[in-house]
Design a protein around this ligand. Structure first.
Ligand code: AMP
Ligand code: MG
Length: 592
């Protein structure tokens, strides 16, 4: 479990200029003298290289070793390249051999939630961190503050800091001993999953439909190719002019006056050979006449009756000509199986002469809402009801993915009605999706019904919004029981249902787009859970990608989803993101 570590973790938080490294450097000999075996984790903001250009390890690493372990009599060092993204804090901690350590001290990583001592010097002139950071457990400073209960140490009294660290390690060791046996918390219960665990579990349990069909190009948008596509033709089919201009021979560039012998438009051809001293007036896309291999653009030509001159123009043999098969040669790979057909793919398939595409059959998805309080739109609102929004939001999401929707409407809170309807849905559809009725404390018949129907697990995902999720199989068809709250429904769909549907549709190599943006407001989360806030990203005046939230983030406020153009994803290891810091965003364009 990533959140459990064998040894205590203690950090030092401070603004740069406070002398963090100098202090820790002076502290370490005192701690090792007292018997502590210390691991250090230091976060560097900038790129760094631990070995020098020219060293063997450096050369081998640069030559392509993604992990480089160098060892000698006195030490070894493992350098691991992480070109995609920086490793997660908890993962990094697992890299230590914790059996050999009593404590891991951390310098940096100030957004990550774990206990820290704040270092503060008045002359640095920076604000205090502790008022906004619950992870600070003590202060070491050169001045006193009176608005806090935190232990205060003198930053210049290394003995006192040493003692604090020793006490901290001893206290943690004691707590650890007491908790072993009753071994930790519900995080280990199988019903409690991280977002990634939930995604992986679901993906491992759904399969691509096996049936395929030929789909007319006009209807192929969002369909998924069931076969590789090989080009049956050359694109372009024939060598042609890339410009409006004059086609001449490459061995005849120096002629004073060329005789214009013909004019060819696209779709036509000059059937004779172009001879020396001759030029053919040619339009973009028209086939190059025999003998000619070079085009001089019209803007560089001086026409005089049936003569043309290119005085002073620098002409290169072969210029402004598109060769047959230059874009795609006959027999070359165009698309691979599992590629989703969107506008460009439609155009390209058509350009190769395909009137239809070999695709997987459409996925049929049955859809329900549940709850006695849920009322269909279109009739006058009854007391104590809400209009059904989930079914329609999900319809839109399914539409985007090109699914065929079977709408089963709203199910009343009645066990037998549920059982019958879901049973029937699973016969007709490839996937069944419901919303509502899966959170703790919900009317039991929803769960009873699902229990009777097949193997359904009720999960609690460590995320917000969207903690409850039911997933399982009914008549071998995947079943998703989404939460009831409208935002939670959409966020759960995006995270769990969409990847599964894409796999079932046959799409391969799909990954949700994630990019980094700079937060323009403080974002709070909670350690141990993934937070998906609704965000609006935009480029600021300096051209940097920034993001803010849409405001109130209640999971019933569907408007936040409508105003958002991204989800802001705060990983479980992070508990606050401060203004100016980077955060992961998931753009929503094309997905909702
Ligand atoms: P539940 O998980 O069934 O307790 O639902 C959680 C919340 O979501 C409740 O406030 C429900 O009223 C609401 N809810 C459930 N289904 C829908 C729906 N189809 N449309 C809008 N809100 C819903
Ligand atoms: Mg309900």
């Amino acid at each position: 479990m990533t959140s459990r570590h064998l040894v205590p973790i203690l950090g030092f938080a401070a603004y740069s200029g406070t002398g963090k490294t100098t202090l820790i450097e002076a502290l370490l000999p005192k701690l090792t003298e007292a018997g502590l075996r210390i691991g250090m984790l230091k976060h560097a903001h900038h790129n760094f290289d631990v070995d020098m250009p020219g060293k063997d390890s450096y050369r081998l690493r640069k030559a392509g070793a993604s992990q480089m372990l160098i060892s000698s009599r006195n030490r070894y060092a493992l350098m691991t390249e992480t070109p995609q993204e920086e490793s997660e804090f908890h993962y990094l901690l697992t890299r230590f051999d914790q059996q050999q350590l009593d404590v891991i001290l951390v310098e940096g990583c100030k957004n990550i939630a774990f206990p820290k001592i704040e270092l503060h010097r008045e002359e640095v002139g920076k604000p205090w961190l502790y008022p906004n950071d619950d992870n600070i457990i003590a202060i070491a400073a050169d001045s006193q503050v009176d608005d806090t209960q935190l232990p205060q140490l003198d930053i210049n009294d290394l003995e006192a800091i040493k003692q604090f660290v020793l006490d901290f390690v001893a206290r943690k060791g004691e707590a650890e001993k007491q908790s072993t046996g009753s071994s930790c918390c519900d995080i280990l219960s199988p019903a409690f999953l991280s977002v990634v665990q939930g995604q992986e579990k679901i993906l491992s349990l759904v399969n691509t439909v096996s049936e395929t069909e030929a789909c007319p190009m006009q209807q192929s948008y969002t369909r998924v190719l069931a076969q590789d596509i090989i080009s049956p033709v050359n694109v372009p089919q024939y060598t042609n002019s890339a410009m409006d201009g004059f086609a001449i021979r490459g061995d005849d560039l120096k002629c004073e006056h060329y005789q214009v012998v013909a004019e060819v438009l696209a779709g036509h051809a000059y059937e004779q050979e172009v001879l020396k001293g001759q030029a053919v007036k040619i339009m973009t896309g028209a086939p190059m006449p025999l003998g000619a291999d070079t085009v001089v653009m019209r803007e560089q030509a001086t026409e005089n009756g049936d003569k043309v001159t290119f005085n002073g123009v620098c002409i290169k043999v072969g210029q402004n000509v598109r060769q047959a098969g230059e874009d795609l040669a006959i027999g070359s790979d165009v698309f691979t199986q599992g590629c989703r057909i969107e506008s460009a793919e439609m155009g390209m398939l058509a350009s190769l002469g395909f009137a239809s595409a070999p695709v997987y059959r459409k996925l049929k998805v049955a859809l329900f809402s549940t709850g006695d309080e849920v009322q269909a739109p279109g009739s006058e609102q009854k007391p104590n009801t809400i209009y059904d929004s989930n079914r329609f939001a999900i319809m839109g999401l399914l539409e985007k993915l090109g699914c065929e929707i079977i709408d089963f409407g709203i199910l009343e809170d009645n066990e037998q009605v549920m059982i019958d309807a879901i049973e029937q849905a699973s016969q007709q559809a490839d996937v069944v999706i419901t919303s509502g009725g899966v959170s703790v404390g919900d009317a039991d018949y929803v769960k009873l019904a699902l229990d009777k129907l097949g193997k359904i697990d009720f999960w609690r995902i460590n995320m917000r919004p969207g903690r409850p999720l039911a997933f399982g199989q009914i008549n071998d068809k995947p079943f998703f029981g989404l939460p009831g709250n409208p935002v939670a429904v959409m966020v759960s769909f995006i995270n769990f249902v969409e990847p599964a549907l894409r796999k079932m549709q046959g799409e391969t190599n799909w990954q949700p787009l994630k990019v980094n943006a700079i937060a323009t407001e403080d974002l709070r989360s909670r350690q141990g859970r993934t937070e998906f806030s609704r965000g609006v990203y935009q480029l600021d005046s300096a051209g940097r990608l920034t993001v803010r939230t849409t405001g109130k983030q209640g999971s019933g406020i569907l408007r936040s989803m409508s105003e958002a153009n991204c989800l802001i994803e705060i990983s479980p290891a992070v508990d606050t993101v401060k203004v100016g810091e980077c955060v992961t965003i998931i753009p929503l364009q094309g997905r909702i």
